[in-house]
Write a protein of this length. Structure first.
Length: 104
């Protein structure tokens, strides 16, 4: 997702809100890009969960939106743990930038 496609996905006349959403998505998009490069599939489920939460808020169904968000966070935690287990068994890179320090 690029800044241009974010404008299409978040149709709001509020430029400040759209920019804040874009800013908050940058680390998420970077992490997703790395996981795809490692061969892990896209997490389309998370996008659906976010969409449902927002749709519930637009319908003023705040308790349902809160429940959806809670369910999303629990599911996202499980997905991230599973992804971490996959990434943990990858071999170390042959070269590491000199400014990075290995954590033990």
């Amino acid at each position: 997702m690029t800044a241009q496609s974010i404008r299409g996905h978040f149709a709001t006349p509020n430029d400040r809100l759209r920019e804040q959403i874009r800013h908050n998505l940058l680390p998420v998009l970077a992490a997703e890009r790395v996981l795809r490069q490692l061969g892990l599939p896209d997490d389309r489920t998370a996008i659906t969960e976010h969409r449902l939460t927002v749709e519930l808020l637009l319908l003023d169904a705040v308790p349902a939106a809160a429940a959806m968000l809670e369910a999303h966070l629990a599911a996202a935690e499980r997905r991230r743990i599973a992804q971490s287990k996959i990434v943990a068994v990858l071999p170390e890179p042959r070269s590491i930038a000199p400014y990075l320090t290995r954590l033990e």
